[in-house]
Design a protein around this ligand. Structure first.
Ligand SMILES: C[S@@+](CC[C@H](N)C(=O)[O-])C[C@H]1O[C@@H](n2cnc3c(N)ncnc32)[C@H](O)[C@@H]1O
Length: 203
């Protein structure tokens, strides 16, 4: 849950880059917990978070993840990246960069294909071309049997994602105002537990 310093940093981030942050406040504790459940973080091995912001969602997912799992958090905002780097958890790797370059970022950190990618980046405020590039990159690097989940207030990712990934599973958190939608796409492939013994390298 964000303290006052974190809320102010988030607001500064919004004021300096409104289209990239697209929200005045970080996710509530309630939403943070729901994210962990929707991605089944307790079964994940290599997780990527796109748009972690000031890190509330990152900490919540780390709390659910197995002790030997890894989480790569990627954000474009250097101030957010500095705050994320202050999270003391050996499973966390923080990268400043764009989701468009996910394959290169995974390679730079010698990480395998993720079995979970989750995203809070606002697909509704970015150019069509950028959204397409990010979704295509996500789907390309995701491990067979893996899950991509985007939590969004608007449905732009649904319309843009269908062409690349097919129909998602849609869940809604009505307690939140405005209601938050969770769009999940499961890539076909290995079934059962997401945990792997082998290591498929990132493309
Ligand atoms: C709505 S905030 C979500 C923050 C946090 N996960 C939460 O729920 O409170 C969106 C975040 O996406 C980041 N972002 C926007 N475009 C991005 C991109 N192309 N690649 C990576 N991060 C991006 C912004 O800097 C911001 O931190």
């Amino acid at each position: 849950m964000a303290d006052m310093g974190e809320r102010l940093a988030f607001l500064r981030g919004f004021l300096s880059r409104p289209r990239e942050v697209a929200s005045l406040v970080p996710s509530s504790r309630f939403l943070e917990r729901r994210i962990g459940r929707v991605i089944d973080a307790g079964q994940a091995q290599t997780v990527v978070e796109l748009g972690p912001g000031t890190g509330g969602t990152t900490r919540a997912v780390l709390a659910e993840m197995p002790a030997d799992a890894q989480l790569l958090a990627v954000d474009t905002n250097p101030e957010f990246v500095r705050r994320l780097q202050a999270i003391r958890d050996p499973r966390l790797i923080v990268a400043e960069g764009s989701a468009e370059d996910l394959a290169a970022i995974l390679r730079a950190h010698d990480l395998p294909r993720p079995d979970v990618i989750f995203s809070g980046i606002p697909f509704s405020t970015m150019p069509e071309e950028t959204a397409h590039q990010i979704l295509a990159e996500v789907w390309r690097v995701l491990a067979p049997g893996g899950r991509f989940m985007a939590y969004q207030f608007r449905d732009a990712v649904l319309r843009r994602g269908r062409a690349i990934m097919g129909e998602p599973l849609v869940e809604c958190e009505w307690v939140n105002l405005p209601p938050m939608h969770f769009y999940s796409w499961d890539k076909s492939g290995r079934s059962g537990s997401r945990r792997t013994t082998g290591r498929a390298t990132a493309p």
